[in-house]
Design a protein around this ligand. Structure first.
Ligand code: KG4
Ligand code: ZN
Length: 344
């Protein structure tokens, strides 16, 4: 018997709705629709929660309706509603949770409030099939840089995270200081492809022996961001031109180097041989290339979903809802709160 799960995502600027069919063996994505309010935020240089919340309210019904049409299912066919309960922006999360609760009550189906960060990893099951018993997941986005261990029997454990900026956040901040439009991540990626990653040796945060001993699975990117700012300022003070391509390539190299080295070391330390890379920052070409090369050398099977499933979407929430349903975990109460800093 198969079951249909609707997943809703509204933790930041994307309104996502997706339908997943869950069978005994695997989850299949039937439709995934995303609307973004990013264009409305770009001129402010960051996400404005109030604008994002209003956009979710306007987009929710059209996005859900289109997802159901594309999946060729009716509202009444749904067996469960999954929604992002956190982490994220409280206003935007609240709009999604309210919609999900209304649907769950109206359709008399269970509600599952799920974790956005875990969703970024589990979406890969829709692309590359069910996870093996234990996987390591590196979730890197504008809001998170987390290393998770997903174990079929133990559940999800956060082994580490960033102590300051997330990888995407560091890219966006460096983008700003290089005068690039917001969000700077994709622009730096584009420039980096034309530059020399060995041109400037920027620091690798938390990789010195003493830091590695204490923070083997944590990341830190704010020192790197400051180092880039200092380097750029020194060039400007000397009246020299900034070699944007080389700065972008060297900065990106430092971020990808640390992310991949620490993640692979964690896989080795925990005896895990499958790595999932997810989150909006996993669109980064240097990270994708470096993860592929280094994991191949280390004998680790690396799974990275296509870019459209790496950024925020409903599919990741429907996939996680299906995974929860498959394990017969209890549904969430209808007074489910949202939590901006939701733990795992
Ligand atoms: O997962 P996501 O869509 O939203 C959050 O939950 O944060 O991630 C967006 C982040 C932004 O910081 C953006 O600049 C970054 O991912 N990003 C990239 C690239 N594409 C998106 N950073 C570097 N290279 C890219 N190609
Ligand atoms: Zn995200």
């Amino acid at each position: 018997m198969s079951r249909l799960v609707l997943g809703l995502e509204t933790s930041c600027d994307e309104t996502g709705a997706a339908v997943v069919r869950l069978d005994a063996e695997r989850s299949e994505l039937l439709a995934d629709v995303v609307a973004s309010s990013m264009d409305e935020h770009a001129r402010f240089g960051g996400i404005i929660p109030e604008i994002a919340s209003r956009a979710h309210l306007e987009q929710m019904i059209p996005v859900v309706t289109t997802a159901l049409e594309r999946a060729e299912v009716e509202l009444s066919d749904l067996d469960a509603i999954a929604v992002t309960a956190g982490p994220g922006l409280v206003g935007p999360l609240t709009v999604g949770a309210a919609a999900a609760k209304a649907l769950a009550v109206g359709l008399e189906v269970p509600l599952y409030g799920v974790n956005h960060v875990v969703g970024h990893a589990v979406v890969d099951e829709l692309v590359h099939g069910p996870f093996p018993e234990r996987v390591m997941a590196l979730v890197v986005s504008g809001g998170h840089s987390s290393l998770l261990m997903i174990d079929d029997t133990v559940g999800v454990t956060e082994l580490g995270q960033t102590l300051d900026d997330a990888a995407g956040e560091a890219f966006d901040k460096v983008g700003r200081l290089l005068g690039l439009p917001y969000p700077g991540g994709p622009h730096i990626d584009r420039l980096a492809r034309e530059g020399d990653p060995t041109a400037i040796r920027f620091p690798r945060g938390l990789t010195a022996a003493k830091d590695q001993a204490k923070h083997a699975t944590d990341f830190s990117f704010s020192g790197l961001k400051t180092a880039v700012a200092r380097w750029v300022e020194a060039k400007q003070d000397a009246g020299e031109e900034i070699p944007l391509n080389d700065v972008a390539a060297s900065f990106s190299d430092a971020v990808s180097d640390v992310l991949t080295a620490k993640t692979i070391a964690a896989c080795r330390a925990h005896g895990v041989d499958t790595l999932i890379v997810g989150g909006g920052f996993s669109a980064n070409s240097q990270l994708r290339d470096m993860a592929a090369t280094r994991c191949a050398e280390a004998g680790i099977d690396v799974r990275i979903p296509p870019i459209k499933y790496c950024t925020d979407n409903g599919a990741m929430i429907a996939a996680l809802g299906a995974a929860v349903l498959r394990r017969d975990l209890p549904p969430s109460p209808l007074d489910l709160p949202v939590d901006s800093s939701m733990p795992l």
